[in-house]
Every structure is written in C-alpha cells, then in structure tokens.
Design a protein around this ligand. Structure first.
Ligand SMILES: [Zn+2]
Length: 447
C-alpha cells in the first residue's frame, strides 16, 4: 500500500515536470529540444544505481536509455518506451495553462498528460523503483525516453534503429496507444493496441493552363479541376475489410447480437456504427475497417487576376495492415477516375501498416497484470488509426503493443478529443495504476 501511493505521487510529480518542460515538436528540426526532459530524467534516476545513456540525433534532440541487465542471456528483453515530445497547442481553447501542469481535484492538466508523458513518467518511476529495490531479473529491462515521436521519429527511434540498433535490441516493446477502459455489460474492457495503420501521404499536383482572370470562359483552370479531384476523394468509398482484430474487439464489447453482426459485416459496418450512441464510435469503426483518404492541404494560384496552372493537394491516406503502398496508389487512381491524366501523384511517405500477434507471452502477462489491478476487467486487442514509434519495432518482427491503465474517471469519449486537442488531462489514480502495471509486468515477463 505504501509503495502504491509512492508510485502514484512520484508519477504525478515527474509528469508535471515533463509537462512544464514543454518539449513542443512542430516538425521543425530545431523544435522539440527534448534534452530538457532528458536532464530531468537523469536527475530523477540519480542515486538509484541506474546508468543513463544519451543519444543525440541533432542539437537538443536527445533520447535517453537506461537498463537493468538480466542474469540470463536466453531470457526475454522488455523495452518500455515513452516519447518526450508533445504537439503544439491552441491556448485559446484551453481551460488551464497548457504547460502549467496544474493539479486540481486529482486531475493533472497539460499538453502531454494523455499523449504520452503520463506513460513516459510512469515507466520511469517503475524502472527507478525496480532498480532501487535491487530487482535483478533473468531478462533485461530497457527504458527508452524517445525524442521526436510526433514528427516521424527521425531524431528519435528511427535514428536509434539506424545508428544504435544494439541499444534497443529487444523481444518485446510496450508503448502508448491503449488502456482506456470501455464499460460493457460484462465489465471494463481495456484496449490493447496490437497494430496500426500505414501512413501514406501523397501530393497531387493538378495541372491547368494559365490565362487572364478576366476571360475565364472555356479555360483550363487548375483550381477548378482540383476542386473536383478533392470532391471525388472525399466521396470515395473503398470496400470495408473486417480484420480479425476488429472482429475480436467487437465481440468483446458484449453488444446486442444484431448490432455486433452489423459491425462485422463489411456492407453494414459504418451504417451500424453511425446509429450507436457512443460519441466518436462511427469514426473509430470506419477507420478500423477502411483505408481512409483525407485531403488536408491545398496550395495554388499566383494572383487574383491569373487563371492558375498548378494546384497542389496533400492527402493523408491511412492504409489497413496488409494494404501495401501500390494498392494505395491504385485506390487513389480509382477515386480520381478520368481526371487522372491531369494529376501527377508524388509520394511524400509510403509506410506499410504493422500488426503484432495477439497470442504472445507479453499479451498474456499484460492480461494477468491488468486483471490483478482491476478485478473483473479484460484486455481486448484493437487496431490503432494513428501511428506510433511501435511500428519501427513491428516492421522488424518485434512484438510491440500500446497499453496503459486508465481509471474510468475521465470518460472514454473524452480521450479522442484530448489527443492533440484541447484540455488534455489525466487523473492521478490512472498514473498510480499504470506505474503498478509496469512494475507487475516486469516481474512477470523478466522473472
Ligand atoms: Zn504519442
């Protein structure tokens, strides 16, 4: 009991420090400056016997690794991974200072409180607690505080994979992407992120013929063509694919059998989800069963009296696992149809999705630890729509999951609004639970 409240208190204080460090990653290589949080973590680990290593990919873009070496080289290695950067804020939409780390009525407010400084902090607290307590496991524990997750991991995990693969060689990874409880008739269900969709960004360059804006009739205006291209992409409806992970997720929700059947039917999944009361469920159901296309940026035109001859449209495409980039391009061509001849497609990013098996000793251990901490609950696999650093590990065949343990205090529907949104926050009970989870997991997996 004493340990429990100490883990919660230390996690809360460390999280507040990380929020105040405001390692905001705008995508500019000079932003982020995660070195501030690396210094804070070094200070936190001091005196525990843990040795910290810095990995600097660019000035100020530092990741930290510390490890508890195992006694048995044949035992598995577990890597606990948290990112230290956060996305920018629109302060006007916040009820509190986004970087003030205020605690009010057991809730910590601030950018990163849910994505994912909460997990980064609790993983550090569990690691320190284990080291200071003399934990000498069979397997090796690695703690990684990674820079630059919010902009592709170029200066974080991608850099480590390319330049220091030995430092992060592991059998198992746990990071963000799950753990928000869904209340069902048969108890709380915690989602375990076992995979994620492939990020495919395309730039569509739409061509036309320049001319005088005062005489548009019969012209070849690239902006007019681009408007139709955008409309076609927005209306494009690829057929749904019901993956096994979606089927298992739906089955676990313990819904009315006719609703569950609708959610597992490619012809009816979106329509069925749209009728459900849970806010945001249709969006989730659509994303988990489709490769999605979202035209998000348009640039074009030179001057108001010049008919534009070139417009660029950037499209964010998220492919289901198993849908390779060439299939994404075929779908895009199908969406654009006969306007394809006027459009040049450039590839900005073409990543495959990734998925880990749900039948692993790590999944079993997470389920055991969760059931012990939240009696009567269950862990259920789910696909993530967004991308995390876990993909770098899954591409190499390493089992990687996203998990944490959130209390039901903040309702499930709030989370999708908080990630990269306003009023990001976490309750301290969730921090305590999650720190205990890592502690139990390390004992279970590493022995
Ligand atoms: Zn994140």
């Amino acid at each position: 009991m004493r340990d429990k409240s100490r883990l919660q208190m230390e996690s809360t204080e460390l999280l507040r420090t990380l929020i105040r460090n405001a390692c905001v990653n705008s995508g500019d290589p000079a932003s982020g400056q995660e070195v501030r949080t690396v210094e804070a973590l070094e200070g936190y680990f001091a005196g525990s016997g843990l040795h910290c290593e810095r990995y600097e990919a660019a000035p100020g873009r530092v990741s930290l690794i510390t490890r508890i070496e195992g006694r048995d080289p044949s035992a598995p290695t577990l890597l606990l991974m948290g990112h230290t950067d956060v996305v920018p804020v629109s302060p006007d939409g916040w009820q509190r200072d986004p970087f003030g780390a205020e605690v009010d009525d057991g809730i910590v407010w601030g950018r990163g409180a849910a994505d994912m400084l909460n997990i980064t902090a609790t993983m550090a607290v569990a690691t320190r607690h284990l080291a200071a307590g003399g934990f000498r496991p069979r397997g090796t524990l690695i703690y990684l505080a990674a820079a630059d997750e919010e902009a592709f991991g170029t200066y974080g995990v991608q850099y480590l994979m390319e330049r220091h693969p030995e430092a992060i060689a592991t059998d198992y990874v746990v990071t963000e992407g799950g753990g928000v409880p869904v209340p069902t008739r048969s108890g709380l269900k915690f989602s375990l992120a076992v995979g994620e969709k492939g990020v495919n960004w395309r730039r569509l360059v739409v061509h036309g013929t320049p001319g005088h804006g005062a005489m548009p009739y019969g012209g070849d205006n690239a902006l007019v063509t681009a408007a139709e291209v955008v409309r076609r992409i927005a209306l494009y409806r690829p057929r749904a694919a019901i993956l096994d992970v979606w089927r298992r997720y739906v089955a676990s929700l313990d819904l009315d059998p006719s609703v569950a059947a609708g959610l597992m039917d490619p012809e009816r999944v979106v329509e069925t989800a749209s009728r459900m009361e849970v806010r945001g469920f249709a969006r989730l159901a659509h994303a988990c069963t489709h490769t999605t296309f979202s035209p998000n940026i348009a640039h074009g035109g030179l001057k108001v009296n010049v008919v534009p001859d070139r417009v660029e449209i950037d499209v964010d495409i998220r492919a289901l696992p198993g849908v390779p980039p060439k299939d994404v391009d075929a779908m895009l061509a199908e969406a654009i149809g006969d306007l394809g001849a006027r459009v040049e497609v450039q590839t900005l990013c073409a990543d495959e999705g990734s998925i880990s098996s749900t039948e692993t000793p790590l999944a079993d251990a997470l389920a055991r630890a969760t059931a012990a901490l939240v009696p009567g609950s269950q862990v259920v696999p789910r696909l993530m729509a967004g991308a995390t650093d876990a993909r770098y590990f899954r591409w190499k065949g390493v089992t990687a999951y996203g998990f944490a343990l959130h209390s039901p205090r903040i309702p499930q529907s709030e989370y999708s609004l908080m990630y990269h949104g306003n009023n990001e926050r976490v309750d301290v009970e969730s921090l305590g639970l999650t720190a205990q989870l890592w502690d139990a997991l390390c004992h279970d997996v590493l022995g």
